[in-house]
Design a protein around this ligand. Structure first.
Ligand code: ATP
Ligand code: MG
Length: 302
């Protein structure tokens, strides 16, 4: 910790806070995630050892891992800082077809790498774990590498925005957790793509009386689709291949890589740098606007 200079907060998740930090010996900016766990030293050491395999998880579509340590009952985990942040905060009005294709390609290659080279199932594919930088790169983070860490995280605040596949929702409710396979990640990939394409989560909580009704819709309702008006047949078909109710009917990563949508993606120029720049600008404008509105409200109340 002494080597790090703490900078601003990048975001908060259900289990901890992510801050930008400067690693003083190397002059490298990193993102440091703090996870508070009420565990003994042996368990914390076990987690650090499990996280260590992340040093091997080096791929263009995976966020670089720099190291982890613990102090008292907190695990600190340092990774590559992605200076445009996560996709949930960039998708606003919905990502255009070509940019979504670039993101989908990166996600599929990243997930395939984890599975084939690391024997890891991601388990938490969602827009907050898809990170982007101003070089236009797209990378995945927060995959389930440590069984001990996973077991120790208090499962608060699930529901609300679930990216879990139907079989996994059913498994959690019946106690049969063995139903989780690599194709559960494919469902989450499809759902994340719909959210990024639409600009919002496709099962909006306000439409349902409660979390149970929402989860029932995911398990029994029709799978969501990309809107016809804004997306080509190939993009829509790609997503529908991820969102089959039966895990065995979903496409594999190899099939997704040879799908026309990703073949088209490889053959076209996509200005990712320009898109990231505009998305960041419009996010900043929106924040200014929101602040203005808040100030206005305060003035009116006075
Ligand atoms: P959950 O707790 O459900 O996993 P989450 O993914 O949003 O949700 P965290 O992983 O704790 O929670 O991350 C919090 C936020 O910090 C993210 O939403 C993201 O915007 C930001 N963030 C995380 N990692 C990085 C990183 N490496 N570079 C830049 N921003 C990051
Ligand atoms: Mg995350």
């Amino acid at each position: 910790m002494g080597q790090l200079q703490l900078e601003e907060e990048l975001g908060k998740g259900n289990y901890g806070t992510v801050k930008r930090v400067l690693h003083k010996p190397t002059n490298v900016y990193m993102a440091m995630k703090e996870i508070r766990l009420e565990l003994d030293e042996a368990k914390l050491n076990g987690i650090i050892m499990e996280l260590d395999i992340l040093h091997r998880a080096a791929a263009p579509e995976i966020v670089d891992f720099y190291g982890a340590f613990f102090i008292e009952s907190c695990v600190y985990y340092c990774m590559e800082h992605m200076d445009a942040g996560s996709m949930d905060k960039l998708e606003a009005e919905g990502v255009p077809e070509d940019v979504l294709g670039r993101i989908a390609g990166a996600m599929v290659r990243g997930l395939k790498f984890l599975k084939d080279e690391m024997q890891i199932i991601h388990r938490d594919v969602k827009p907050t774990n898809v990170l982007v930088n101003t070089k236009g790169q797209v990378k995945l983070c927060d995959f389930g590498v440590s069984g001990q860490l996973e077991k120790s995280l208090a499962k608060t605040n699930i529901g609300c925005q679930s990216y879990m596949a139907p079989e996994r929702i059913k498994g959690e409710s019946t106690g049969n957790l063995g139903t989780y396979t690599v194709s559960s990640d494919v469902w989450s990939l499809g759902l994340a793509m719909i959210e990024m394409g639409l600009g919002h989560y496709p099962y909006p909580p306000e439409t349902y009386a409660n979390v149970f009704a929402q989860l029932t819709a995911i398990v029994h309702g029709d799978a969501p689709e990309l809107p016809e008006e804004r997306f080509s047949e190939s993009a829509r078909d790609f997503v529908s291949r991820c969102l089959h109710k039966l895990p065995g009917s979903r496409a594999t990563y190899a099939q997704l890589l040879s799908h026309p949508y990703l073949v088209e993606d490889r053959n076209r120029d996509v200005d990712m740098v320009g898109w990231v720049k505009r998305a960041l600008e419009s996010r900043a404008e929106k924040q200014v606007q929101q602040q203005r509105e808040r100030n206005q409200q305060v003035l009116e109340q006075q």
